[in-house]
Design a binder for this molecule. Sequence first.
Ligand SMILES: [Ca+2]
Length: 738
Amino acid sequence: MRNFRGRAIALAAIAAAALMIAAATSSAAELPTEPKCEFIAGPGSSECMLPFPDDYYTKLDPTSPTGRRIDFRELATPTNAASQHIEVAPYNAGDGFSPGSVIALKVPGIETAADVKAMKAVPINHLSRYDSANAPVVVIDTSTGQRWPIWVEIDSTVKAEKANLEIHPAVNFTSGDRYIVALRNLKNAKKEHLQAPAGFRTYRDNLPSSEEKVNERRAHFEEIFSTLQTAGIARSSLYLAWDFTVASDENNTSRELSMRNEAFATLGDGNLADGVVEGTSPTFAVTETTNEPNPGEIARRVKGTFVVPCFLFPSCAPGGTMLLNLEGKPIQDGVWTANFDCIIPVAATTGAGESARPSLYGHGLFGSASEVASGPQRSLSQAHDIVQCATDEIGMSETDIPSVVQALQNLSSFPKITDRLQQGLLDELYLGRAMISSSGFQTNAAFHQDGTLATPSVLNTSDLYYNGNSQGGIMGGALTAVSPDFTRASLGVPAMNYSVLLPRSVDFDTFASILYPNYPDEEARPLVFDMMQLLWDRGEPDGYAARMTTNPLPDTPAHQVLLDIAFGDHQVTDYQADVEARTVGASAHRPVLYKGRWPMTNVLWNVPTLQGYPFTGSAAYTGTSDRFAKARPDRANSSAPNRRRMKTCPTAAAKTRTERRARLPPSSSSCPTSSTERSRNRTTATTGRATPGRSPARNAQATGVSPGAAQAAPGAAAPFGSSLGRSGKRAFEKESAA
Ligand SMILES: [Ca+2]
């Protein structure tokens, strides 16, 4: 509670300003301008930092790649239940807003889905309408003058009077570009034409003001009106218009790249784009070897540790955060001992040596490395002779749960999550290097065919691969973008932009039960998520997506990803998988779905159709297309059960009837069980069921196996740890009770 007195005075000033606004004057003279409260949408919004994002919360900075610098004021940020604001220093290092920003604002009179429909704004299921001549909500990229693909919805997770209007990018905004948001000719479900807010009319209608801080923005708004005019948007039609600048790729990726480059230079590899493994392996130790844990499938499970340069203080244990040098790069703080857990399939221990393809495995939500030994991974490894190794995805592993609980109570702690996620990516890169280095795992007896050095190593070290599911499919996208050692990744149940995934996921209940009571202003919710995303972008794929595939980051090879999307997923929403597919430049297998499977929705809109097989670029694939089943005689009988598994969720009543009839205990399937949960997926177009698992065949595609060569895998449909596991839930309950 530093500087309490100053804060109290400033708060009183804001309150006084708010009161003057509430006095219903249309004069601009009394608009509150400090501490960087946006006033164009006032009165009518209780949150200081709405609309968001907005360049009003930035300042000029000729030294930054975008020419701007985030300039949040602590007193402007939302408060938690203990009236604590969010510390702004971590944000103010940024040079712009998230490429996945959800544009959020309060529009009095637009409060329900019916209002949004009456507006005729572009809906989530018909994205092509973003370009319609009379679109009431338009986002223009000022570098091209063109409209950006978006969809518009209402925040349906809160009371109507608190609901923000949300404008989502259908493909990530371009880094470094400036965008203008314009709302015009707004009409709600009551057929009321909405009047522009007083603050904005000051600029639109050139109303006089005696306030310097109001007047100094006039030239800026004139430029916005002029750009909009060129784009065919009349000034007089405007309800509101403003602009924001998207952060540079450097802003989001340079910390990770700096850590990576420094860490690999320590090993003796100074060129990470050349595909040549130089220098030595990370130091590692095998601590536990189990022979034949799954007879006939897994010959050996090998656990151990490896040493990674640490970039967190006071250590890389949970709760550590970065210290930056004058160039804004993380400073090394000794080393950290990370864990690994590997499975060696029987297939690798018979026949010729050095046959198994090494693949990193990325585990599910707040899980751990041990998920590598789950059923689906075992059958994948055995069917395709793949050695899979995982390390805890620290930052979002089981060990981070206490930090997460702390951050949900006070978001000033959020860097403990996002900084550690970046260390976690480095851990995974180092593990991958140990898997393929000539002085790495292949020198250890545990990775030889019979467990002694008398027999050959099982590892074919010519290539490394990545395979992850759910959180591992999400985080794997960021990892892929910075990976020097694998260039092909299978991302199972992928998507990006955690801040959008969270409120759409049935898994978020546990987290929301802490976050929401601690940040009780429902109007601030989209803002809180948007702010979190600014930090998250450095540790999850949203900040890396544009550089994940054919346009690689500096000193990094190009990559290919297979986005293996689970149709109708209530944990990882398909809509954000589609955003990722568009942003990384994937092509899609078509038809995307069985005919009639999801009417009235253009799934994977604007993703180019895959032209023939075999296809070697990046691809998106949704789990209910029957093309592969038809193309594969070996799976001719498997399409029927697959269809059954994918069928629409039963109603609650029907489910209870079925369960009673079959004398089953009440189910805990991934189908939504209440109207609340149903409403979470904000479209009415589907209540499709989460895919319980993926076939090894589909996972195998990114590791270079043609679908036809893959074996069907009966019984491989176990969950992939997509949801928060039982132990994770227990840990959360324990932490939040403490
Ligand atoms: Ca190299």
